[in-house]
Write a new protein. Structure first.
Length: 385
């Protein structure tokens, strides 16, 4: 039986960020990472805004960045907005390389192709029967069944090498000038190099269904209108919950649950990077046994913002008709100052910011859905300190 200070179950974003913060804050700890696949990071691309990363973590995160830009765009039928804020991207390949190097440098135990069969507060049993003991066990194996009470952000992305340079210099986080179908429909583009771009066809929808063959043809048609030719390098897809019901609760006798499964993401955007990073920092600043208390304190601080974000999801998915959802985002990008949007994405917005988000000309609404709107007191908190 092997014993560790920390056992990180799952090799995705949350565990990788934990490895980086533990290497910096608690370098003499004994750490084990358990991942069922043959690499960490899976097949994902993560992006973040400058305000998503606290100043004390910037040096930790910078080695992960493969591309960054001085701003980004959002495009709608009636206007285009350029946001003057740094935007950066992390690829799975870079993530895997950096996390592997950190675990090697520290002499930590990175167990790939290892599947956890039983996970509790201080013990992990692999499917081989091997038992691992830890002072702190963190289960970060990704999204679980969202159940009822949520909409979905779903996407298929193609990373392509183009024959001619991609026409946009900046990322376009929302190109909603396209036909609106299956909810809020937009294209997300990341120009990683002048001739390599990630193009994601994205939907904020009522259901999780995504026909990959249909969406792939749609992306190919979009590419055909933008460049002369291309070669697909890889693809990625995802279906992420956007809940309006309260998130999961931490079991008193279970492992500490991180990442999406633990609710450590932004409910109204699907962004996981800023909240997963704050979770990792909270864990790494205290001894292993104190990690549950540290993350519980962080959860209490974020709780009113989570409630407000879930309230926004309720409005979007239960009150606004699917073909009018684009109006919500168009208004936000037309009216909100860059600093307010930055704090919103980082899940660090203030009560005044929240008021600015909901006050204004509303989109077209469904009056029958409006009758079922819950009291705001269920969702809003007077304090966003």
């Amino acid at each position: 039986m092997s014993t560790y200070d920390y056992i990180l179950v799952g090799g995705g974003l949350q565990s990788g960020l934990l490895a980086l913060t533990l290497a910096d804050r608690r370098p003499v700890s004994k750490v084990c990472v358990v991942e069922a696949a043959d690499r960490v990071g899976g097949n994902h691309t993560w992006s973040f805004h400058a305000a998503d990363v606290p100043p004390e973590a910037r040096d930790l995160i910078e080695p992960l960045v493969v591309a960054s830009w001085p701003g980004y765009e959002a495009r709608f039928a009636d206007h285009v907005r350029v946001m003057p804020s740094r935007y950066a991207t992390v690829t799975a390949d870079r993530f895997d390389a950096v996390v592997r190097q950190v675990t090697t440098d520290r002499g930590w135990d990175l167990r790939l192709r290892a599947r956890a069969a039983i996970v509790n507060a201080n013990r992990v049993i692999l499917d081989t029967g091997e038992e691992l003991r830890g002072r702190c066990v963190i289960d970060a194996r990704g999204p679980r069944d969202a159940g009822r009470g949520c909409g979905y952000q779903k996407f298929l992305g193609l990373e392509v090498e183009t024959i001619t340079p991609w026409p946009d210099r900046l990322p376009v986080v929302m190109d909603a000038t396209i036909p609106q179908e299956d909810g809020f429909h937009f294209v997300y583009t990341l120009p990683l190099t002048p001739t390599r771009v990630l193009v994601e066809d994205t939907y904020f929808s009522d259901g999780p269904e995504l026909d990959h063959s249909v969406v792939r043809r749609w992306i190919e048609a979009y590419l055909g209108r933008r460049v002369g030719g291309w070669r697909v390098v890889r693809d990625e897809s995802g279906v992420l919950p956007m809940p309006w019901q309260p998130g999961p609760t931490q079991s008193a006798d279970g492992p500490l649950v991180g990442g999406y499964a633990g609710g450590w993401f932004h409910p109204a955007t699907g962004y996981s990077f800023p909240v997963a990073l704050r979770f990792a920092l909270a864990v790494a600043t205290v001894p292993p046994e104190a990690a549950p208390q540290a993350t519980a304190a962080l959860a209490r601080r974020l709780s009113p913002r989570w409630r407000f974000a879930r309230f926004l999801n309720y409005l979007l998915f239960r009150l606004v008709p699917p073909d009018a959802r684009w109006q919500v985002f168009a208004r936000l990008y037309r009216t909100l100052p860059p600093a307010v949007l930055a704090r919103f994405y980082a899940l660090e917005f203030t009560a005044f910011d929240a008021a600015r988000i909901v006050v204004g000309r509303p989109p077209r609404i469904d009056p029958f859905r409006a009758l079922r709107l819950p009291r705001s007191s269920r969702w809003l908190s007077p304090s966003l300190s």
